[in-house]
Design a protein around this ligand. Structure first.
Ligand code: NI
Length: 185
């Protein structure tokens, strides 16, 4: 496995439309393993293949939720996180709720910037896993939001594209300043 370099905005590759995977191969499974390693190292909870320069419709997600027995006053460094790696190949939303939910989103391609984004609260999605097996499930909560964020990447859309131009320009300016100060790569 390998940690891959993550592409950051304003790299033009992030605007690309990713192509569907026709057959899931061992090369895809190696890429997926590398994507998980890259995501955990960053750290992040989701990563699209295009963020490591591969324009194919492949996503990895792991919300790494806290273990159920975590005390409320737990030391943040000692919290045990439950690993639940999920792979989505060629994901398609076939239904979405009218009800919306708002989460503060961030993105490894827009480092250290966060903003509230509103999306359908519940979605029904079909996709293939890394064995090429088809799935069809209703998802909600953070997983639904995270998946919609990652699926946007497959269509060349970043979470900041959901914001007003004013807010987006403000975040991009902040990111530029951060990079100049040497705190972001
Ligand atoms: Ni992202």
């Amino acid at each position: 496995m390998a940690i891959l370099p993550i592409i950051e905005t304003p790299d033009a590759r992030l605007k690309q439309i990713s192509a569907p995977v026709e057959t899931v191969t061992d090369a895809h499974r190696t890429l997926i393993a590398d994507m998980f390693e890259t995501m955990y190292d960053a750290p992040g909870i989701g990563l699209a293949a295009i963020q490591v320069g591969v324009a194919e419709r492949i996503l990895v997600i792991d919300l790494q939720r806290e273990a159920d027995d975590t005390p409320e006053d737990a030391d943040p460094d000692k919290i045990v996180r439950v690993k639940e790696p999920r792979v989505f190949i060629n994901p398609e939303i076939i239904w979405e709720s009218d009800e919306l939910s708002v989460y503060q989103e961030g993105c490894l391609s827009v480092p250290e910037m966060y903003a509230d984004v509103q999306r359908p609260a519940e979605i029904q999605v079909k996709w293939l896993d890394e064995q090429g097996k088809a799935h069809d499930e209703k998802l909600d909560g953070l997983l639904a939001t995270c998946l919609q964020h990652e699926m946007d990447h497959l269509n060349g859309v970043l979470f900041i594209d959901h914001l007003s131009k004013l807010k987006r320009d403000m975040l991009l300016k902040k990111l530029e300043k951060l990079r100049r100060s040497g705190r972001a790569a």
